[in-house]
Design a protein around this ligand. Structure first.
Ligand code: ADP
Ligand code: MG
Length: 250
């Protein structure tokens, strides 16, 4: 479902991604761990074409992200085309990014109606079902600022799901939350994992990674240093840098 190949990205002279290869199968949950500054967010943003790659490419379900082949040459997609493509890639940010001037329901209905031309009634019915799924059926008419951080993040997840994405990307979805609110967000992600949602999750929650990940990827210095099943990477890491990171994180 996700195919990242030979991806390089620099900001000026800072080489942030130095040749990343990563594949995520349909229904697979991959957790990315790594120290701050190792390039995790840049990798997620690259998958969504929020960053322009210097080298390499990303495919989602076989479709090249950000580019199109025309007459044997690669042509960058227009902003409009990129937006259309992004509909298939759900992104959940650390700090929620809800539309503050829209109610919870409207946050879920806006994109399907405007970007996918789903009839409003259909989008509203789907929004109600998604809010029930994340335990917020009673908050449809509330504005985001009235909600706790955990509730806002659950709305953000429901909003991402409203576009029926092929893959969901999470960038530290619980890092901005008070400790007592982390669990309710992880519960929602855990349910999605059980339901077979394809997900790529950057998190520092090692226990959660162990529980939900089909595969754990450890990044450092813009490279994937090590990857494998959670019990291998977390309990018997092969690389000294993975061991050093885990000894600090636990
Ligand atoms: P992580 O998510 O693993 O903490 P990031 O991908 O956010 O790492 O950042 C990797 C490095 O790239 C950091 O040194 C960061 O400061 C730098 N960086 C990220 N985005 C930009 C940008 N837009 N301009 C310049 N430097 C950036
Ligand atoms: Mg980050």
């Amino acid at each position: 479902m996700v195919d990242v190949r030979g991806v390089h990205k620099a900001f000026g002279t800072l080489r942030v991604l130095r040749g990343v290869d990563l594949r995520v199968r349909a229904g697979e949950v991959v957790v990315i761990l790594g120290p701050s500054g190792s390039g995790k967010s840049t990798l997620l943003r690259s998958i969504n074409h929020l960053e322009r790659l210097d080298r390499g490419f990303v495919r989602i379900d076989g479709e090249l992200v950000g580019y199109r082949r025309s007459g044997g040459r690669l042509r960058e997609l227009t902003e409009r085309e990129v937006l259309r493509q992004r509909v298939h890639i759900g992104f959940v940010f650390q700090d929620f990014h809800l539309f503050p001037h829209l109610t919870v329901r409207e946050n879920l209905v806006e994109a399907p109606v405007s970007a996918r031309r789903v009839p409003r009634r259909v989008a509203e019915a789907r929004a109600a079902a998604l809010l029930a799924r994340v335990g917020l059926a009673d908050k449809a008419d509330a504005y985001p600022r009235r909600l706790s951080g955990g509730q806002q993040q659950r709305v953000a997840i429901a909003r991402a799901l409203a576009l029926e994405p092929k893959v969901l990307l999470f960038d530290e979805p619980t890092s901005a939350l008070d400790p007592e609110l982390v669990g309710e967000v992880l519960d929602v992600i855990r349910d999605l994992a059980r339901a077979g949602t394809t997900m790529l999750i950057v998190t520092h929650e090692i226990g959660f990674a162990r529980e939900v990940a089909d595969r754990v990827v450890f990044m450092d210095g813009g490279l994937i240093v090590e990857e494998g099943p959670p019990e291998q990477v977390l309990d018997a890491p092969r690389h000294a840098r993975t061991r050093a990171f885990l000894s600090k994180a636990l």
